[in-house]
Design a protein around this ligand. Structure first.
Ligand SMILES: [Zn+2]
Length: 347
């Protein structure tokens, strides 16, 4: 009796599998396509339905009675995907790839950084948004786009160009910031998984090796930090202060700025600074700090934030934060006793 039941079940399952094979891909896809959580994990099942020659406007008629949907046409991508045309500005909620076609298999034509704006032309039921990028129609995964403009603190900061010949003397501070889309070319230092501007990394490595010979390990603690990461940290703290202290956005943002530098105003966003060993105020009593005060300038690094210069830099003393300016300037600036702003004559 029991064996008979199991036998029936096996026959039923086999029939089901064979049946599914013959009903065609559309039903299989409906049954087995899972909800997609991330642009990078889009299933191959979805891509298997892609038919780039389909241009039929079969769905237009059914939407003509709906007044608030302007126009609906099917796309060149998945057969059953519908794109609702509506021009609107959207912002990226994280760094996201821009694709030539609505599939992760297609060419990556660019990147939209977190918080940056792009014009959306239409939104598809396949999870992709059609956008205008550098004059071309491209695609971004809709999950990472929002129609709500992200919170941004108004500021009177000057936006400076960090790409010039004097890249090593670029100053960012509470009054000067770099553009949101600036990403330096990076290189790893001391095989640590920490990165700096590729032009600076060889100097850090040389300093690291020299110190090592003296029995000093200059552990790279924090080097390059992305604009997006700085923005996320800063915005989170601002939001926290708004709730915690019932402050306005402006007041909360100003308070947050005393703890985390606003995005684009940190030397870590430039890739020119390294926090060495740790970020404890007691670092100034360590032998690593002593070694740095004696030798860092020989490798182009200066101590950037001292107690004495806090009224000018606006930053608390940071004995761990060393900034690359190049060997020539490091020696001159050290001997002058001036901070970078004073030496260069900028506010
Ligand atoms: Zn630092």
């Amino acid at each position: 009796m029991r064996n008979k039941a199991i036998g029936c079940l096996i026959i039923f399952l086999a029939a089901l599998i064979v049946g599914l094979y013959f009903v065609g891909p559309s039903v299989r896809d409906k049954l087995f396509t899972t909800q997609v959580a991330s642009e990078d994990t889009i299933t191959t099942t979805r891509q298997s339905t892609t038919n780039e020659t389909t241009t039929a406007a079969t769905t237009v008629s059914q939407t003509q009675t709906t007044t608030h949907i302007q126009q609906v046409v099917t796309t060149t991508a998945p057969q059953n995907s519908v794109y609702t045309e509506k021009e609107e500005n959207v912002w990226a909620t994280r760094d996201v790839n821009i694709r030539a076609k609505p599939t992760t298999n297609s060419k990556q034509v660019g990147k939209l950084h977190e918080g940056n704006k792009i014009l959306r032309l239409a939104k598809g039921t396949d999870g992709w948004s059609r956008v205008m990028f550098e004059g071309e129609v491209c695609y971004i995964y809709s999950e990472y786009l929002t129609t709500t403009e992200p919170f941004k603190v108004s500021s009177n900061r000057t936006v400076i160009d960090p790409t010039g010949e004097d890249w090593n003397l670029v100053v960012v501070n509470t009054k000067r910031e770099i553009p949101a889309d600036y990403v330096p070319k990076l290189a790893e230092v001391a095989s640590s998984g920490v990165y700096m501007d590729y032009r600076v990394a060889p100097y850090y490595n040389a300093m690291y090796e020299a110190a090592k010979k003296d029995g000093i390990i200059l552990t790279p603690y924090s080097g390059y930090r992305s604009y997006a990461r700085q923005q996320r940290n800063y915005n989170n703290l601002t939001q926290q202060y708004m709730t915690q202290y019932s402050l306005s956005k402006e007041d909360a943002a100003a308070k947050a700025a005393t703890v985390i530098l606003p995005p684009g105003t940190s030397e870590h966003n430039l890739g020119l600074a390294m926090d060495i060993c740790n970020t404890n105020s007691t670092f100034k009593n360590q032998k690593e700090y002593k070694w740095l005060t004696e030798h860092a300038h020989e490798y182009g690094f200066i101590l950037r934030y001292t107690a004495e210069k806090q009224p000018i830099t606006g930053i608390i003393p940071e004995p761990w934060h060393w900034r690359f300016v190049g060997v020539e300037y490091a020696e001159k600036i050290k001997n002058s006793g001036l901070c970078l702003e004073e030496y260069l004559g900028i506010e």
